[in-house]
Design a protein around this ligand. Sequence first.
Ligand code: PLP
Length: 390
Amino acid sequence: MPIAQKMVQMVKSASMIRKMFEEGIQMKEKYGADNVFDFSLGNPDVPPPLKVKETLLELIHDKNTSHGYMPNTGFPQVRKAVADYLNKEFNVGLTPELVVMTVGAAGALNDTIRALVNPGEEILVPAPYFVGYHQYAFIGGADLKPVGSLPDFHLDLDAIKAGINEKTRIMLINSPNNPTGVVYTPKELYALGQLLVEASNKFGKRIYLVSDEPYRKIAYDVDVPSVFAVYPHTIVLTSYSKELSLAGERIGYLAIHPDAEDAALIAGAAGVANTMMYVNAPSLFQQVVGKLQGITVDVGIYKKRRDILCEGLQAAGYEFDVPQGAFYLFPKSPIANDLEFVDILKQYRILSVPGTGFGGPGFFRLSYAVPEKTITGSFDGFKKAIDSVK
Ligand code: PLP
């Protein structure tokens, strides 16, 4: 076989996603885009705030705008803007040196894994979880180890405790969560922090908490608590993909708690990891986001869609917990086999993703980063699909 064997399995799973994507395109060609209800992709469709375009135009016309290389960790003035903003929000005394600009949250995850994990060490993650984690762990030489969650998808601290062993290096959490929309509470995060202190002592090895937060600003009626407050050995990573609807521009960062063990070394390692993979985060968009700290898309648009979708699906007889954040709903499949039910939904021209793909069998994911008319137009199909299996 001429290609790397370890990639063959990766290509197989990637082609499953591509197949779904291609099926969607074919269905839209056959039935017309308005007659296909595509909830499969988490691609933000709410426009970026006007300020993004204005700032971009200003920077394009400014002769001082840089289009060159910069330190691999990012422009100092941008890292300072991020640190200042995070200090206002979390009050942890972050210095710019502990902020590394990255190629989206994916880049930040890749940097962090490379910075922290020795070959064969484990990343513990509550299931269900974002599918990309498998790939990032794989390429970083780490083992992704899913642990169960409570029935409402909050943290199952007993399962986490039982899952930690001498190989554990990272506890990876994601709140607001993709695919469940759950926002972890201050109480459970505090308990997690305590647990990590105890486990690190028990195994004589630092376990880091890595908090993947690209949906932090997309939360409804709740404040997303700070993980910096619960455990010092924490790295927060995020992007502007969702909060500014800039997913294709590939811009994000990681921020290391000043009291984390080896904080400066982690920042250095993340910078070197940038060098190895992408050299640096995109120059122009670093400068854009540096000027737009605290600005967010209109979250009310997502909230309205969430409410419409929840109401319609509830009326049709689906079971789910109302999501508090992100733009995903994770209903229970009315039959045990979620892959089969996703196929049934397809018969009604509804595209969704089986929970099995996220390590959450028996459920399916709907992304409501779609126009309202897609949501309202789908209800008849959702009702027929559930009625067909009753
Ligand atoms: N983490 C989670 C939970 C996500 O849902 C995504 C993207 O959908 C990412 C990370 C990657 O984000 P980015 O596009 O900013 O790299």
